[in-house]
Design a binder for this molecule. Structure first.
Ligand SMILES: C[S@@+](CC[C@H](N)C(=O)[O-])C[C@H]1O[C@@H](n2cnc3c(N)ncnc32)[C@H](O)[C@@H]1O
Length: 447
């Protein structure tokens, strides 16, 4: 049994659910051993090699880093050694000063130069009981000392660079994937260490793969056809693909393909693409994007795009697809919060659209295939309005598959007091602060 570490995306519950679906679909997991708002540790029976870990990282939309766990400590030891307030316990600090993880990460030391960095991921965004900066720098300093003692000619560490870009009030004690790439920290003997703080445990892991933001941004910003207003984020597209169960070689359908972001991500993962959109301009634009991607990759992409109404999918496509993943039409693009009445009218109409589309998809999806889609959640001047799942599913031949099943957590997963995960969820949020139309994600399968 080996423990693997995953740094989760901002919508951590959805990222955790995606990770669970991925490993359960492949029969890999014993289960989630521990989790925080920023990371998860998963127990896996089979030993995964570096190549498999790189593949997992690149498939998951909600995963920034993947690593192998090398050590675990009681969190109380960290609190005693690096208290945010009060006295330092010197005995507790000594445990970290010895930096025993160094031997496991660098089993052989050949006297060369070693570059490394420590990235700390706290339990929740704001951390109160541990001095995170001192903790991270302590790990950096003592790892460096041990490396020199063990024969490294030179040891250099890199530290976090500037405040958290998303929230300047949050202590940023982690290296960005770009910095890891720039400094070559994933090429041995260099390394990045992950320090994952959970409610009761500190896990130390060695990073094996990180999210390649440069490539994804290049795809997102340089493609010939885009629309800031409608394009879905590539990361959520990957999450939808994972939830839909799509694998390399499978045929994936996006019945609301728009600019083709999801299909591009599917093609990157070696899937065949079928897209439908009611607008000719979108069909044409998505086609340009897929051709552009294919010529950039130097590969032929197997895709088919059809102009038509998603409610007629059964008449528009031939045969069956393996998976369906999409962000549907989400209603009007609001410049300010709508009234409760307007939002309710729009969401009711959309619910009927989605129901008709699902009905049409029933004959198009292979037995055992799944659908993953987003649903709008509209912030009105009064309250939130979301799609009523029961009305949407009625008579469609599909059912809602629960996300984060209890069985996905190993029995010893600690009961978190600060961060309860309510398992068996019908929907999970995919949200950005300040959005008028937020999204929920659902995973569906045949009844
Ligand atoms: C939210 S956008 C999809 C965005 C897409 N994932 C992307 O990244 O560009 C929804 C798309 O659905 C299309 N659409 C709206 N109603 C439709 C229908 N009944 N059938 C098919 N496409 C429809 C719109 O033209 C729009 O391109």
């Amino acid at each position: 049994m080996t423990d693997y570490a995953f740094v989760l995306g901002k919508n951590w519950l959805l990222s955790l659910a995606e990770l669970v679906v991925y490993i359960r679909d492949r029969g890999l997991a014993e289960g989630v051993k521990d989790y925080s708002r920023t990371s998860a540790v998963v127990e896996i029976e089979e030993k995964l090699d570096d190549e498999q870990l790189v593949e997992i990282q690149s498939a998951l939309g909600g995963c920034f880093k993947v690593g192998r766990v090398v050590s675990a400590y009681d969190r109380s030891l960290v609190e005693d050694a690096f208290p945010a307030r009060g006295r330092v316990d010197k005995q507790a600090r000594k445990v970290f000063q010895e930096a025993p993880w160094t031997n496991r990460i660098w089993s052989k030391m050949r006297g060369g130069k070693v570059k490394f960095g420590v990235s700390t991921y706290p339990m929740v965004g704001k951390q109160t009981t541990i001095d995170l900066r001192r903790f991270t720098l302590g790990l950096d300093e003592w790892t460096k000392k041990r490396l020199l003692e063990r024969g490294a000619r030179k040891a250099v560490y890199y530290i976090y660079e500037g405040p958290d870009k998303r929230d300047a009030r949050r202590p940023n004690v982690a290296l960005w994937p770009q910095s890891i790439g720039r400094h070559g920290l994933l090429s041995p003997p260099n390394a990045e260490l992950l320090a994952l703080l959970m409610e009761n445990t500190l896990f130390i892991a060695k990073t094996i793969a990180v999210y390649d933001s440069t490539l994804q941004r290049y795809r997102d910003e340089t493609r010939p056809f885009m629309s800031a207003e409608i394009s879905t984020s590539p990361k959520i597209c990957r999450t939808l693909l994972t939830l839909s169960g799509a694998r390399p070689g499978d045929t994936v359908l996006d019945p609301f393909c728009g600019t083709g972001t999801l299909l591009m991500e599917a093609a990157m993962l070696g899937m065949k693409c079928v897209g439908i959109d009611i607008e000719q301009s979108m069909v044409q634009g998505a086609g340009q994007n897929l051709k552009w991607l294919g010529s950039g990759l130097g590969e032929w992409i197997d895709f088919k795009l059809i102009k038509g109404d998603a409610r007629n999918t059964a008449k528009l496509i031939e045969g069956q697809v393996d998976a369906v993943a999409f962000e549907p039409h989400l209603g009007p693009i609001y410049s300010e919060r709508p009234s409760l009445e307007d939002a309710t009218a729009s969401v009711d109409e959309l619910t009927l659209l989605y129901r008709d589309v699902l009905e049409s998809l029933e004959s198009c999806l292979r037995p055992g295939g799944r659908i993953a889609m987003t649903l709008p959640v509209v912030n009105t001047t009064e309250t939130q309005v979301s799609v009523d799942l029961a009305s949407m599913m009625k008579g469609t031949g599909f059912m809602v598959f629960k996300l984060l099943p209890s069985a996905a957590f190993v029995e010893s997963t600690p009961k978190h007091h600060q961060l309860q995960v309510v398992p068996e969820r019908s929907t999970l949020p995919e949200r950005k602060r300040g959005q008028i139309v937020e999204r929920n994600v659902v995973m569906l399968g045949k009844t």
